[in-house]
Design a protein around this ligand. Structure first.
Ligand code: NAG
Length: 286
């Protein structure tokens, strides 16, 4: 325990809050023992302190290193090998020399590790892009919100439109997709969306036969742990909309409703507004 404390006391003034890969793995006692081995001096000896400081300094450039989270174990092995190398070299050459060699070997091996894909802005949880960061000795994720900005989609009433919930980064395959709709609103407030159970076409796309104004949202992944949520505001122009909007104000608009634009094939939630209009039309004709 005393070694630990001594080491922390030695290191703290040097690099406040900054670790380097050399100190992310293995117990501190290991480094202390390493310096004891190399110097042959007790911990209280200034040479011991110098050894630790040399280790810290040699490792400073490594603080900038990040590796893909899947490479964390490989990185650990590289570092442990380097420390082992130092121990083996202790009676063969000056410590500074073997230390530089060890760091060079680390860099050479690091360059062979596979890089994690970069974070793709501006949204989504991107598990493949997660990295292990030497500066903090931690796994770090992209700092993006789950919610993507609302995209404006211009559509014509009566003309089918297909929305896609795919994303420009790697995701686990076979994720569930949930489609939702908020009629008339341009919003990201999940509380005002209705879930669309039916009419999910492919795994990642939704085709609306007769788009009506409002925001369609898709949620990729299980609802409790989504990877991303995309929002499409449908800006619908054309007769169908005018007819639907006119319907509320005046029945005259309903009579000019274009032929063949019945809402029979609509999904329940999406078509609700139009369906009501259709019922009104039927009543009117009766
Ligand atoms: C819909 O699009 C038109 C034409 O680009 C635009 O003038 C209008 O402001 C848009 N409506 C909304 C609610 O964004």
């Amino acid at each position: 325990m005393a070694w630990w404390m001594a080491l922390l006391l030695v290191l703290a003034p040097w690099l406040p809050g900054v670790h380097t890969c050399l100190f992310c793995f293995g117990p501190a006692i290991q480094r202390t023992r390493l310096c004891q081995d190399i110097t042959g001096a007790p911990v209280s000896d200034p040479r011991h302190r110098q050894c630790l400081e040399a280790l810290v300094q040699a490792a400073v450039p490594l603080a900038s290193v990040t590796v893909g989270s899947k490479q964390r174990e490989a990185l650990r092995e590289i570092i442990m090998d380097a420390l082992h190398f130092l121990e083996q070299q202790k009676n063969m050459k000056p410590f500074e020399v073997s230390l530089q060699e060890a760091v060079n070997i680390i860099w050479a091996k690091l360059s062979q590790l596979e890089e994690a894909p970069a974070c793709v802005p501006p949204c989504g949880y991107q598990p493949a892009a997660r990295v292990f960061q030497c500066a903090t000795c931690r796994l770090v994720d992209c700092h993006f919100p789950l919610d993507c900005p609302v995209q404006d989609v211009w559509a014509h009433a009566g003309e089918a439109i297909t929305l896609r919930c795919d994303v420009p980064f790697d995701t686990p395959s076979d994720l569930p997709v949930t489609w939702m709709f908020a009629k008339d609103l341009r919003t990201q407030d999940l509380a005002v969306f209705d879930e669309l159970q039916e009419s999910v076409e492919g795994p990642l796309s939704l085709t609306l036969q007769e788009p009506i104004p409002g925001t369609v949202a898709c949620c990729l992944g299980v609802l409790s742990e989504p990877l991303v949520r995309k929002y499409f505001y449908l800006n619908v122009s054309g007769g169908g909309v005018e007819a639907e909007q006119g319907l509320q104000a005046q029945f005259g608009a309903v009579l000019r409703w274009p032929e063949g634009r019945t809402p029979l094939h609509h999904m329940a939630s999406l078509g609700l507004g139009l369906a009501l209009g259709f019922m009104a039309l039927v009543l009117l004709l009766l």
